[in-house]
Write a protein that binds this ligand. Structure first.
Ligand SMILES: Nc1nc2c(ncn2[C@@H]2O[C@H](COP(=O)(O)OP(=O)(O)O)[C@@H](O)[C@H]2O)c(=O)[nH]1
Ligand SMILES: [Mg+2]
Length: 474
């Protein structure tokens, strides 16, 4: 659920600047109808506010009871019943935010949930900003920034692999590695700073060797982590693949075959597909947005011409390009023109020799570029579809498989910070930072950069921006 999709979203991006001590409330389930919907409260008055609008069926007082789940009714201030609910009480610090949390499980519809939310606001709660519950979990030290961001990745994961990667980050796999690196840097810094007390002496040779060996190890571990950035980003953000070719070569048929669904209209009439159609497929765990496009040709038809423009745009923005040719027909001027365009663009292209069922011995025409792979397929019979998927996955991952249990960098800001930290080690390791003072300056900078990944040294406005991209109620 994107924050912008929620009708309850209010414009208040800088939530780091808002008070973090009051009691907040929000509808935590997505808008729409559902069996159950949840209004969540967090803060020092969560229990008092909940009990002011709740009547337990057995007359139990929430604040003193030892049980955690209560059955009863929420009533408006005038006594009108609003809904039959289950109320879940989580006492600080054993809750998502480490504060007192009450979750009111009501019927999942807009009317009961908004009415309950309004009662909580009337009783003194403040409407939570997007991501504010998770921000409190972060501010109260229950999770670090990596874990907070992983929470949103769990919610938004499009494949099981992406989910595993997000769960792994949420459980602290990456955080632990960053902590280890910081610990090693802090030790090295302490030893270097100790030597600052004796300015007239050089850093004792022995100490120097030990410190440098430790820092070299840190550098290697940073490199190993940086090497995960590309796959981590793919796992979280996915990739896009454009299917292009002249009209009637079987692009829409191929789209449907890869999707295993008759999603796009297939017809023997050239120029059927005029819009771009997009759906996600799972390639070796990576969510890939597959784009079916209008056949690229010169056309006098206004709508088709717009479609061709969109096809060209998909070409420019996709990491993967599937150039479809008809194996059963000689290549045409339209094929050759598009091939020239692809050659000029320089993006890697996979050639799909479709309708191979009609011409089993066909070979691809000569092309003005070197394709990453040429795969004979029949979108109609299914020949070659598996091979095409393998070729695309190979192109995305370079033969590796996604190791989701190991620490993985998934966000650009994490990679940027780690790269900066790594850069500050270079002068220390190559000897150009040739005094303890200079070494200490670089190590402090490296520590600062590492801390930005876990949130320890992240500026407040950046934190506010990160959390405000979350959904409301999370
Ligand atoms: N024999 C055969 N026909 C195909 C194959 N792929 C597509 N077609 C047919 O070719 C025609 C055009 O297909 P379509 O997917 O609409 O092509 P598009 O214009 O490139 O999207 C339709 O009649 C399809 O049934 C294939 O692999 N083998
Ligand atoms: Mg089509």
């Amino acid at each position: 659920m994107e924050a912008v999709d929620n009708p309850m979203t209010i414009s208040m991006p800088d939530i780091s600047a808002t008070d973090s001590s009051g009691t907040i409330a929000a509808i935590s389930t997505p808008p729409g109808e559902g069996g159950v919907g949840i209004v969540r409260l967090s803060g020092p008055r969560a229990l008092a506010i909940a009990s002011s609008l709740f009547a337990s069926s057995r007359g139990i007082a929430l604040e003193t009871a030892r049980q955690r789940v209560f059955y009863g009714h929420v009533r408006a201030a005038n006594g009108e019943p609003i809904d039959e609910v289950l109320l879940h009480v989580m006492r600080a610090p054993h809750s998502y935010t480490r504060e007192d949390v009450v979750e009111i499980n009501a019927h999942g519809g807009a009317a009961p949930l908004h009415a309950i939310l309004e009662e909580t606001l009337r009783a003194g709660a403040r409407l939570a900003h997007p991501g504010e519950f998770t921000m409190r979990a972060f501010l109260n030290g229950r999770i670090d920034l990596v874990q907070a961001e992983a929470v949103i990745d769990v919610i938004r994961a499009r494949t099981t692999t992406a989910l595993h990667a997000a769960q792994s980050a949420a459980s602290g796999t990456l955080s632990k590695e960053i902590h280890t690196l910081r610990g090693l840097l802090v030790q090295a810094l302490a030893q270097i700073e100790a030597s600052l007390d004796f300015p007239e002496e050089d850093l004792p040779a022995l100490l120097n060797t030990a410190v440098l060996a430790r820092l070299a190890e840190v550098g290697e571990r940073m490199d190993a982590l940086l090497a995960t950035a590309e796959n981590g980003r793919l796992c979280r953000e996915g990739a896009s693949a454009a299917i292009v070719g002249r009209p009637n070569v079987g692009k829409s048929s191929l789209f449907n075959a890869l999707l295993r669904d008759a999603r796009a209209i297939v017809s023997e009439h050239a120029g059927t597909t005029r819009d771009r159609i997009e759906e996600y497929i799972n390639l070796a765990g990576i969510p890939v947005k597959l784009i079916d496009t209008a056949g690229v040709r010169d056309t006098g038809h206004e709508i088709e011409r717009l479609g061709v423009e969109r096809a060209r745009e998909a070409l420019r923005t996709s990491q993967l390009i599937l150039f479809v040719l008809d194996a059963s027909a000689p290549d045409t001027q339209e094929d050759r023109d598009l091939a020239d365009e692809l050659a000029a663009q320089g993006t890697p292209v996979t050639v799909v020799l479709n309708k191979i069922d009609l011409a089993p011995n066909a070979s691809p025409p000569s092309l003005p570029f070197n394709p990453t792979a040429t795969i004979p397929t029949s979108a109609q019979t299914g020949i070659g579809i598996g091979a095409l998927e393998d070729a695309l996955a190979q192109q995305l991952l370079g033969g590796a498989s996604l190791a989701t249990h190991a620490p993985l960098l998934t966000r650009t800001h994490q990679t940027d910070s780690l790269r900066r930290a790594r850069c500050h080690l270079i002068p220390v390791l190559d000897g150009s930072a040739n005094s303890p003072e200079l070494m200490a300056v670089d190590l402090r900078e490296a520590l600062q950069a590492l801390g930005e990944i876990t949130g320890e040294t992240t500026p407040e406005d950046i934190l506010g921006l990160i959390f405000s991209s979350f959904c409301i109620g999370k």
